[in-house]
Design a protein around this ligand. Sequence first.
Ligand code: PLP
Length: 687
Amino acid sequence: MNIKFTKPFYSGKELEYLKDVIENEKDITGDGEYTQKVHNYFENKYGVARALMTTSATTALEFAVRLLDLQQDDEILVPSFTFSSTVNAILVNFVKPVFVDVTEDTLNIDPQDIERKITSKTKAIMVVHYAGVACDMDKIMKIAKKYNLKVIEDAAQCIEAKHKNKYLGTIGDFGCLSFHGTKNVVAGEGGLLLINTKDEKVIRRAEIIREKGTNRTEFMLGQVDKYTWVDIGSSILPSDLLSALLYAQLENVDRNIKRRLAIYNKYAGSLTEYAKEGQIKLPTLPAYSVHNAHIFYILLQDNKSRNFLLKFLKDKGIGATFHYVPLHSSPYGKKMGYKAEDLPITESIAGRLLRLPLHAGMTAEEVQFVIKMTKKGLDEIKQIKIDQIPTLSIGIPAYNEVNNIKNVIQDVIAQNQIAYKLDEIIIVTDGCEDGTNRVVEKLAKKYPFIKMYHDGRRMGKASRLNQIYQLNKSKLLLTLDADVKLATSDEINKIVKALGKGVVVGGNLVPIKPKGFAKTLYYQNYALWNEMRQDLNSGDHIANLYGSATLVDGAFAKTVVYPANITADEEYLYFSAKKVNGFRFAKNTCFYFKPVQSFREYLIHGRRVLNERNYIVDYFGPESLKAHHIPTKTKIKELVKLGLFNPVVCFGVVVLNIIIRIAPQNDALNKEGMWQTLTTTKIISPR
Ligand SMILES: *Cc1c(COP(=O)(O)O)cnc(C)c1O
């Protein structure tokens, strides 16, 4: 599913009204027929002295501050938990905003903190009714009266919402509504200034400013016989086309908000269990507030849980989001001299708030899906104890992987990290002649968590892996073959979860559906692997493998080893390496490998296996040649077995074997060198 966070809800009459304006060649500039209708609508319904359409709530807010006629040193109290427009409106008028904290219940401006922050310079309070839930206006108006302060209501989110029986935006001196495309009622872009004073001078001034500093309004009313420039003004009225669109929306507002409320209540009702348990906090709706379901949010216990759920929902195609980056701790807020801890409640809630999709066009099915997934995400948070999310190192041993290395790194980076936090990607290369290092170095410049280690000699895969074990600094380590293709995020997260339980997992990130020859091979190898496991059962840590083998049983196919008796299985390799070279056992280590999927692939891998010397060196390093010598007797035995099973392949293998034996050996084996860091992120001491 793909559920949008917000979407306009059209009444059906929008096109009719737009057509009316266009087809009947009505005035499309500001203040045409539909703008007048909108003005009348609000003046009658909201009972304000004057309602004036503006191009946005932002302009309405700027306009309101301008009408206060303040001086440069004056201060306006304003919450930091709001959209930047609220505070910009103050700053563009060269007045000083002073941030006030919010209360944890409604996330609205805290009257107590208002009183604390009042100085002799304070001239006004700008309140924001968050989510269409009213601020405590009785207390705020009382404070305003006591200190003789003006009140501007940022009611951008508040169409139809009330404080007791008064519409929001009609309580203070000025109120500002928004009809931005994301709000309950839309004009695309658009806003409204509500003027609540009966003071005719203020109303006249507003009309003049809005009419580019002219007295055109009086002229239109026939009060003056010509109009002219009388003050500094601006153009802040939208085209009548937008008002036509908006008017259709306003006629539809009841149905729109009824639907939103139904969804809101469904959300709240479905999540009460989680609220009772204390895992989340649902919005508080004070008795004095009649809200309009503009936003449904939940507060989680901490920032990690919030981010987890956000990612979780996004991964399921649900457009959940957060709100807001507090203004006082944003880059510009910091420039103004604020520190995050200055407004502790704002800082805390902003990190824990999550909004669910909410718009009147949502289907019942979509709402159910959002609820189901939110519950699932919350259950998961409980289960994984989010504050214990482990850090993960990804280790990639690479020898001549110029064609694969970029893909696998990008795959790892693209994963949706749910069960872990990616700490570092360690790439260990040795003796590469093909430009792998160059590719990795380029990527490491872009992503500082990529670390590369290199040795001029070809040290063997076991040695590469050992480097990774020693270097990794995270709680969990996952090593990947450079040529694996990671499948879904779910998969890697599942594996990491198993790792966290201390299980060593073998498996594959590519779903395996072996067919034909590969299928036979698959079962052959599975049997072989089982044998090997039993063989190793006397080892120190094999017990760990049992869990894993059952965990991803079906996925257990392997780079081919037949008919050699060195299994190229990294699982085996690992223990083998431990025995021969005394490598440490790395706890919580996991290996992934790619199965052979076709005969062609089989031959490619088979070739490597049969090239005994190169193969051994590749895996175990030059020192281990002797320890890994395969007795001729064993080889013949395996070839006979293969011959019985598939004579054609057996013949091919014998031929390949001969070809490889006479082929030249790899020069890189003889080069001198030692592990060295190629990127500067971490320096290691050479072995
Ligand atoms: C949306 C919003 C604004 C800005 O509205 P525009 O019409 O886009 O300018 C201002 N304040 C708050 C609280 C808002 O939610």
